[in-house]
Write a protein that binds this ligand. Sequence first.
Ligand code: NA7
Length: 546
Amino acid sequence: MPGDAEVRAATELPDHPNYDVIIIGAGVSGLYQLYRLRELGLNVRVFEAGSDVGGTWHWNRYPGARFDSESWTYGYSRFPGVLDEWNWSEHFASQPEIERYLQFVADRFDLRPNIQFGCRVTHAHFSEALRGWRIELADGTVHNSRFLVTAIGVLSAPTLPRIDGIESFKGQACHTAQWPTEEVSFEGKRVAVIGTGSTGVQTIQEAAKTARHLTVFQRTPNWCAPLHNAKISAPEMAEIRSRYDEIFARCQATPGCFIHGPDPRSALEVTLEEREAFFEKRYSEPGFGIWHGNFRDILTDREANALMSDFAARKIRARVKDPKVAERLIPKNHGFGTRRLPLETHYYEVYNQPNVDLVDLGETPIERITPTGIVTSAADHEFDIIVYASGFDAITGPFDRIDIRGVEGIRLKNVWSDGPKTFLGIMVQDFPNMLMLMGPHAGLGNFTRFAEYSVDWATGLIEHAFRHGLTRIDATSAGTRRWTDHVIEVGRGLLSNEIDSWMTGVNSNVDGKSSRKIVRYSGGFPNYKKHCDAVAAAGYDELTMS
Ligand code: NA7
């Protein structure tokens, strides 16, 4: 493989690419993409900002980080031998185990020699002369490639809250996605957590166990449901292994690639008793069944959704002793499941503990952060640690962070300023030879299941190009319009698209992200696959190739 010695300064670059493919990111999708392309005999380089493989599972090492997808549905299905060799210890594995798993895969297939760690891509510019991409790293080195594959994730650009004085805090301050590698102990400390999305919920549950005092700063409560995690015994793992084919086939058949698919009934067509029994059953089962395996209309019909929201509100009231606190924890501005559903383990009971307080920022907003803590309109709180579980500039954010320019220097960020325009969520008009894995307009759900499909599709296209001596592939304006219109069309009627959240591209901490956009494909995996398969089967005739 080419080593650093072959990296040349921009002025010395040859007029041909020095890599066949550059991949940005060595997370779940980047690792599998590297493996597939190397199997084709291509000269591939991966640039990874982190110090090791893992992406999301490398960076998000905060206490309590774990899967909400069943471990055995999230792992890779297509790395030979891995399903036989890897044993999951829990149905919903924790971050250390997940990171170990991804390291295991990297080592097992000797992927590291192709990966340059600790380097952030700052620029990616298409060059007409090169018929390829010039990639610049933060250290100023420049690399050329025929193809550029972005494997930069959906939630990889963390954002801090915009609060006056945030820099002045003298205690320890950590964003959950930039968590230190050394252990951060909450033991005996005064801890603040800002943010109550899935990350905040996981962190709060953990911090409440040992913190001297935990104060949760909540701007918007989210509906949460029990995870019901459990250990996996050796016989159980053997049983799961024997069913892997069936499990992955099931995932491929559901909209979100989970084992959970919608119940064919409407919440409105069953009796009250049947509905309550069904909600109870789902509430008592592990994982996303209550979200993705609920009545078919709870995410599309306001009345059906209100019934589920009412059920979940009653659960919160039953679990939280102080009725005033319970009311603060019940979402009022969105229905159940219309934002990403955090799964929890005794989350609500945390608020019954004497060492935990909930501050509702609607009632008493944060005024500023000081060297010693957080000042709200009602009180001055002192802390040893502030945890920012404040989320990400999601989906398009990871692209916005890189200066990506296509033909005639056109900037991707500008092309997408009114919302993404893509072909299959994989290609962008005027950005030839750039393939996005899990980019905007691709599906969201069980990440690895979607990512494996995206990688396989991208690999097919790149293989096709090399086999036929094609050096330039462009998305057409007709193809882009068709796909973008389709994405918008299938997003209609979905209640989640009428709510502010990272899934609709809203982030109050980022300029230009205050209005909702259709940034993800909500037609479900089977439809997504059908569209992409059809394009490949037709010899990619919706793309221009030369
Ligand atoms: P989320 O789900 O975007 O949650 C971020 C949280 O931080 C949410 O509660 C926000 O409140 C809160 N937030 C953000 N900015 C502020 C400010 N300025 N002040 C107070 N509170 C703030 O991110 P997560 O990391 O929890 O989860 C992201 C995904 O990662 C998750 O869905 C999984 O798929 C994995 P808001 O709701 O905006 O009022």
